[in-house]
Write a protein that binds this ligand. Structure first.
Ligand SMILES: [Zn+2]
Ligand SMILES: [Zn+2]
Length: 422
């Protein structure tokens, strides 16, 4: 009989925790909004995030974190110790993309870089979560390890931080979280257990021929036709060799060769990207690309091409136990309908490098668009700008609030082994 009041009390306190967190974030929102618009208007590309890192470092010091700058070139590490408990890593990326912004927003970038992947949303939510966690420090015990990672877009910042001794100098965390804005309705949170992002490998192939006059192809060896054959034939690796139930993509995004119409060039350079989830599929595609490149040259009796396969991002593997544990607290806070499991994305991310050091991790997505606009787009209406579009324009409020709240609750939940206490 005594269980009933205790159960009721537990429910009441759990509900109280979400309310406390959301009240904190509501209270600080005007400042977060100003920081967001400032970061958005001043984007910096990979490994050039000087101003951005300085701004985040200053904000984190104000909150009470011990901040180390220039970890992995422009990265920052902010530590907050609050008694005995787990160490939880929370990552934000800081870099923008080298592209022109076309949103027309009053706070749009005016330089040749843009936050078209929402890293400014992540930084602001990261600051909001840090501030909320410190404000509610009586409700959890442990160490916060908030990191500002450079160069996510070039899939090189996580490696730079690890190579600079991130886990040796600051300790290896017990859990790791990161979030990413996505063209979902704001208020929605999606994630997956297992693979969430793809393996990414770059291809660079130089086909070698022998230059000559366009009117006398017999006196030359034409690398343009070799490259053209390769571009078409390489797709059979995907359609005829890969298991059709498994994800795998080869895209050739650039062909460079020749200058004018009547000269056969010496060489043609082809560049592309390969995406996959499973290591076996990745190996199969890499081997297939190399074989088709060699065969295309051999068919023309040309010298073997130079084939460079450059490894990039490794697929993120979300920890099943951590996902299940976090899912509970997110559903309680945002409601069953708003929190859902979504398929893995075909893009790549280097958050996987932290997780692959043996740290259970969870990477989740938060929505940024008006639910009505999303519903219209789903019905075939105006499509919404995807990440990396020059028109990508997250709605700051409530997107940032939801992201900050979700991250705070996820961290508190693992610090306490249960929902926060009042
Ligand atoms: Zn991106
Ligand atoms: Zn991104």
């Amino acid at each position: 009989m005594k269980l009933l009041p205790i159960a009721a009390l537990l429910l009441a306190t759990a509900a109280h925790a979400e309310d406390t967190v959301s009240r904190q974030i509501d209270g600080m929102y005007p400042q977060l909004d100003a920081i967001y618009k400032d970061l958005h208007a001043h984007p910096e590309i990979a490994f050039q995030e000087q101003r951005t890192a300085a701004r985040l470092a200053a904000e984190m010091r104000k909150i009470g974190f011990e901040v180390t700058e220039k970890v992995g070139k422009t990265g920052i590490v902010a530590i907050y110790k609050n008694g005995a408990g787990p160490t939880v890593l929370v990552r934000t990326e800081m870099d923008a993309l080298p592209m022109e912004e076309k949103t027309g927003l009053p706070y749009a970038s005016k330089v040749a870089a843009a936050h078209s992947c929402g890293h400014d949303v992540h930084m602001t939510a990261w600051l909001g979560a840090a501030r909320t966690l410190v404000a509610l420090k009586s409700q959890w015990k442990g160490t916060l390890m908030f990191i500002g990672q450079p160069a996510e877009e070039t899939v090189s910042g996580a490696k730079a931080m690890l190579d600079d001794g991130l886990f040796k100098r600051f300790g290896k965390p017990d859990y790791a979280f990161a979030l990413h804005s996505w063209p979902l309705a704001y208020g929605r949170i999606g994630y997956n257990s297992g693979a969430v992002s793809s393996n990414s490998d770059a291809i660079e192939i130089t086909f070698k021929g022998r230059g000559g006059h366009g009117s006398a192809p017999d006196k030359a060896l034409d690398p343009i036709t070799i490259a053209a054959r390769f571009v078409v034939d390489v797709q059979t690796v995907i359609s005829r060799e890969k298991d059709p139930k498994e994800f795998g993509v080869v895209t050739i995004g650039a062909i460079n060769g020749g200058t004018v119409g009547n000269i056969i060039p010496d060489t043609v350079k082809v560049r592309g990207t390969i995406r996959s989830y499973s290591p076996a599929v990745r190996e199969k595609i890499l081997a297939g690309v190399r074989r088709v490149a060699n065969a295309s040259a051999a068919m023309a009796d040309a010298p073997a091409p130079e084939v460079e396969l450059i490894p990039g991002g490794v697929a993120i593997d979300n920890d099943d136990a951590l996902v299940t544990r976090t899912e509970g607290v997110l559903k309680q806070a945002f409601g069953e309908a708003q929190v859902f499991r979504m398929p893995a994305m075909t893009a790549s991310e280097d958050f996987s490098l932290f997780v692959n050091q043996g740290v259970p991790g969870m990477f989740f997505f938060t929505g940024v668009y008006d639910p009505q606009a999303v519903a219209q787009a789903d019905k075939g209406g105006k499509p919404l700008a995807f990440n990396h579009s020059p028109f990508y324009a997250p709605v700051p409020e409530p997107s940032i609030k939801t992201a900050a709240q979700a991250m705070t609750l996820a961290v508190m939940n693992v610090m306490n082994g249960s929902a926060a206490k009042p």
